[in-house]
Write a protein that binds this ligand. Structure first.
Ligand SMILES: NC(=O)c1ccc[n+]([C@@H]2O[C@H](COP(=O)([O-])OP(=O)(O)OC[C@H]3O[C@@H](n4cnc5c(N)ncnc54)[C@H](O)[C@@H]3O)[C@@H](O)[C@H]2O)c1
Length: 429
């Protein structure tokens, strides 16, 4: 398989396309977004990921990565398009279906089709009627596999190569052909199974994390009631050789963990009490954060709050499903004056530009609240001159990410999520 057509050039498809090109394949990278295609053709990259811009530029420079808005004939097709959920938590597979329809005119005998998008169980086999509009039969003329992507944003170029990769074939022979494709660059183990199992593996991994985080978040609420520091307690509990509780925070965001468990709930609604409850606990965390703010600052009107971090996790600019956005919405609705800052993102999802200068954001605010543990905030020196521009010396840390003793020594009242010390403090009038 020498020619590969990758549909969807986002966080997953773009590095994957460049990786194949860097490993000697001829790659046609396709995206329906004119903006994405124009940006890439200009030599820029539309997403933030360490090393990605240079990696993509180099791949294009080799002449083996071509960027287009429509597919073309190839030996293998990789679908890396979005699989979001609707407002009522149902899978939205419209991007998968339309990408599959787009490649039908280009299918030829012997082609491999890989669905990389995270998908509800059964999605890969539901592609068959679309692909067979080509007049070719899946399993004999065409090979079909699901290979879920498990990379961690921030480490995509490393994990794409080193992670073990699950390949679920429509038939065992399809899986073998899929494995051959990924051997081009994967150094991790390649594990073969059937397509529906592969779909479930990816969903189970993220659901495991979601349920574990829900436990940590629920314990953070308990800790505030019983008057302990949940972070200290989790740290001690994790000394048990068979216990690993994850960290609490303002909620769960991103394209994966906040979304994928709903695919399982949708597939088996009667059997998923725990998974649904975990989602609800995590979705309830922004309201819990707003309660902490209210307890610390009093009611909203007249209070100015500097909000640090809007991305869903540290050191990325991705705001998809970010709980920070819901915290901001709720704080605004409660009447707080808000100044928003993100160390990585330059604009809100609606395109509104964000103030880049932290000092300007802090100027005159009654308190600052950290919602994303970007390194720029973790490492912020409490004696930094920009912090002198605050009106009140109050820090609310929802990520337990700063060295709070140092902030206290610098005269800050520090309030941490999951720590039973959020007693009311006086706020400058
Ligand atoms: N981002 C992650 O960290 C991550 C990790 C593992 C798995 N995934 C999964 O990978 C899939 C892709 O996610 P992503 O983060 O790369 O999404 P993304 O939104 O960053 O990129 C998807 C791209 O697909 C394009 N697109 C939509 N329809 C298309 C079509 N018909 N033809 C060609 N291009 C089309 C969009 O314009 C967009 O640029 C999703 O299923 C996601 O759940 C993502």
């Amino acid at each position: 398989m020498q020619t590969i057509c990758v549909l969807g050039l986002g966080y997953i498809g773009l590095p994957t396309a460049a990786m194949f090109a860097t490993h000697g394949k001829n790659v046609i990278g396709v995206d329906v977004s004119e903006h994405v295609v124009a940006t890439l053709r200009r030599g820029d990259v539309h997403i933030e990921e360490p090393g990605l811009a240079a990696f993509v530029r180099d791949a294009i420079g080799t002449g083996r990565l071509e960027i287009r808005t429509t597919p073309s004939f190839a030996d293998a097709f990789v679908l890396a398009v979005p699989t979001p959920i609707t407002a009522d938590h149902k899978p939205d597979l419209s991007y998968v279906w339309s990408a599959a329809e787009a490649l039908v005119p280009y299918l030829r005998h012997g082609n491999l089709i890989v669905l990389e998008s995270t998908s509800p169980p059964g999605t890969t086999t539901r592609l068959i009627p679309i692909l067979e509009r080509s007049g070719l039969h899946v399993g004999t003329d065409l090979r079909l596999v699901h290979s879920p992507e498990r990379v961690l944003p921030g480490r995509i170029l490393i994990e794409l190569v080193q992670n073990d990769r699950v390949i679920g074939g429509y038939t065992p022979e399809c899986a073998q052909v899929g494995a051959e494709l990924y051997r081009a660059f994967v150094t991790g183990e390649i594990l073969l199974t059937d397509a529906t199992t592969a779909e479930m593996v990816k969903l189970m991994e993220n659901t495991f994390r979601d349920v574990n985080i829900a436990l940590a978040n629920e314990l953070s609420r308990v800790a505030q009631v019983v008057g302990i520091d949940v972070n200290e307690a989790i740290g001690l509990a994790n000394h048990h050789p068979r216990v690993t509780i994850l960290r609490p925070g303002p909620g769960v965001g991103g394209h994966c963990i906040a979304v994928d468990p709903w695919f399982i709930v949708d597939a088996a609604p009667q059997e998923t009490t725990l998974i649904r409850a975990a989602r609800q606990v995590n979705d309830g965390q922004p309201a819990f954060v707003v309660d902490i703010v209210r307890r610390v600052l009093g009611s909203g009107p007249g209070r100015e709050l500097a909000v640090l971090g809007l991305a869903y996790k540290a050191d990325v600019d991705d705001m998809r499903e970010s709980p920070a956005l819901e915290v901001v919405e709720r704080l605004a609705a409660a009447g707080y004056g808000l100044r928003l800052h993100d160390a990585h993102a330059v604009a809100l999802p609606d395109g509104t530009p964000l103030e880049r200068d932290l000092g300007t954001v802090l100027d005159g605010a009654d308190a600052l609240i950290i919602l994303t543990d970007h390194a720029a905030y973790r490492e912020l020196d409490p004696c930094d001159a920009r912090l002198q521009r605050l009106r009140g010396r109050i820090l609310i840390d929802t990520r337990n990410c700063v060295r709070h003793e140092r902030w206290r020594a610098a005269g800050f009242a520090v309030h941490r999520l999951g720590v039973g010390d959020s007693a009311p403090v006086s706020v400058p009038q």
